[in-house]
Design a protein around this ligand. Structure first.
Ligand SMILES: [Zn+2]
Length: 486
């Protein structure tokens, strides 16, 4: 294994590191030495000329295969009604030959941004014989034309949601060669952003593409591979426990958590929320007893649990479940938090795995749907102040797989051109960065580091400018276990 000496780097001050340039030695996958004027003998020397060094970034919640697939899809993001989505489908279909019978797949629209519900006939009217499946950007619903319903042997008018949709979604396939290319492109994008690790939550195929990619010799990031209840038995039968290295992964691929989706989503109007009268609305995928039993089964086989809870009522139920099952793991999303639950989150030591960019996509919908509850939506400041651990992610493909966006959205709580949404819950750049890494630039730590042209935490005039500065960050080197990836 090569030893690398990074000559003259400044450390990004995550914990008040001094700004003086130092040399950093990467050897045997670890940070072996930090000092001034280190001896380069035996090392490949990279002249860094005062560039900034930081721990590599993690995205703590992704669906990588679907993220790769979106690179191949008709983009319906930002549409405001079904007719606009139909126009984009029509434009795409105009580019196809009549004999091309592959499924046209669109992705990205938000049901909550559409002025009305869609009907099958209007999609039929623009698609002719081509099967069309339009996936909502939150991945909780889909809209199929008649040809697609026939192709998949399903039948409904309007949209397909939740359990029906989760059963159908994995069957919507892509051209294997194009998809293979898209995966490689997406991996290169990761390294260009300084991403060294992902939590990947994989539906159906618990090995996902990762072990196959490793077998093909593709340079990979670290991946904690999570599974859904549908493949839990397979994982248990294989004797895999959370943290175990996956065969063939060269130490980079590890078994992750069991993912349990306990409620719906905000934009599909299915999150499990409590209204101001205390009444509970939304889609609950499991009873409390079922949740406890799933979590207990995972715990007793050495698996941690990542439980999806978007609404506050669902979060309360999920906390009840963790209390009863004594499972460990994370809560995913936590978009609306009842403040009386914060001590319970702390008591169980459950990190919240949150996706700040959802705030940018959803604040208008939250203002409308959760009107007087919005002070409790994504309450990052309150959670950190209470001592809760936050882990940032994207939930790609729901939001782009880009930790800089996640950090910027946590810092300004909107895009930099717009006013901060509930600014009292903003967090600092250093806090957002610490919630996006798993390591530090310190001797003995994994050599998962990135080089940056500027200090991304340089204080600017206000939170909008701080967020813009994060979005402008330019990564010029990415190392995973000491090996260059960029
Ligand atoms: Zn997800």
């Amino acid at each position: 294994m090569t030893t690398t000496l990074l000559r003259s780097v400044r450390r990004v001050p995550l914990d008040g590191e001094p700004a003086e340039p130092v040399d950093v030695v990467l050897a045997d996958g670890r940070i072996a030495a930090i000092g001034v004027g280190l001896d380069p003998s035996g090392a490949a020397v990279e002249q860094c000329d005062g560039r900034w060094l930081a721990p590599g970034l993690w995205d703590e919640h992704t669906h990588f295969e679907q993220w790769a697939q979106t690179a191949l899809r008709v983009d319906t993001a930002g549409t405001t009604d079904p007719a606009e989505a139909c126009r984009r489908v029509a434009e795409h279909i105009a580019t196809l030959t009549r004999s091309d019978d592959s499924v046209v797949v669109g992705f990205g629209h938000r049901m909550s941004s559409w002025s009305r519900m869609p009907v099958t006939a209007e999609l039929d009217a623009v698609s002719g014989a081509h099967p069309v499946v339009l996936m909502a950007g939150d991945a909780h619903s889909g809209w199929l034309n008649t040809a697609a319903q026939r192709a998949y042997g399903v039948s409904f008018d309007g949209i397909c949601t939740e359990a029906d949709w989760f059963a159908l979604m994995p069957r919507v396939g892509d051209d294997p060669h194009q998809l293979a290319q898209a995966r490689l492109r997406r991996i290169r994008e990761l390294f260009a952003l300084g991403v060294v690790g992902l939590v990947d939550l994989v539906m159906d195929d618990h090995l996902g593409p990762w072990q196959r990619l490793a077998a093909e010799g593709v340079m990979l990031p670290r991946v904690d591979v999570g599974v859904f209840p549908s493949t839990l038995d397979e994982v248990i039968a294989a004797g895999l426990r959370t943290g175990d290295p996956l065969p063939g992964g060269d130490g980079l691929l590890r078994m992750g958590s069991l993912k349990i989706i306990a409620d719906g989503s905000l934009s599909s109007l299915t999150a499990g929320v409590r209204d101001t009268h205390g009444d509970v609305h939304g889609h609950f995928a499991y009873t409390l007893a079922e949740l406890v039993s799933l979590q207990t089964r995972a715990r007793s086989h050495g698996l941690t649990v990542a439980t999806h809870a978007i609404g506050d009522a669902c979060l309360s139920q999920v906390l009840d479940a963790y209390e009863a099952s004594r499972a460990t793991g994370t809560i995913e999303h936590a978009q609306l938090v009842d403040r009386s639950d914060i001590p319970r989150i702390l008591r169980h030591g459950l990190p919240l795995s949150v996706q700040p960019w959802h705030l940018v996509d959803d604040w208008r919908a939250m203002d409308e749907l959760w009107a007087d509850r919005c002070a409790d939506a994504f309450p990052f400041r309150s959670l950190l102040d209470a001592g809760v651990t936050l882990r940032l992610g994207s939930d790609a493909p729901v939001a782009p797989l880009d930790p800089w966006r996640a950090m910027a959205a946590a810092v300004h709580r909107n895009t930099p051109d717009l006013a901060s949404w509930h600014p009292e819950e903003r967090i600092t750049g250093a806090e957002a960065f610490r919630a996006s890494v798993r390591t530090r630039v310190a001797v003995g730590q994994p050599a998962d580091v990135i080089l940056l042209d500027a200090n991304p935490l340089e204080p600017e005039s206000d939170s909008a400018a701080n967020a813009q500065h994060l979005l402008d960050a330019k990564v010029s080197g990415t190392y995973v276990a000491g090996a260059p990836r960029l």
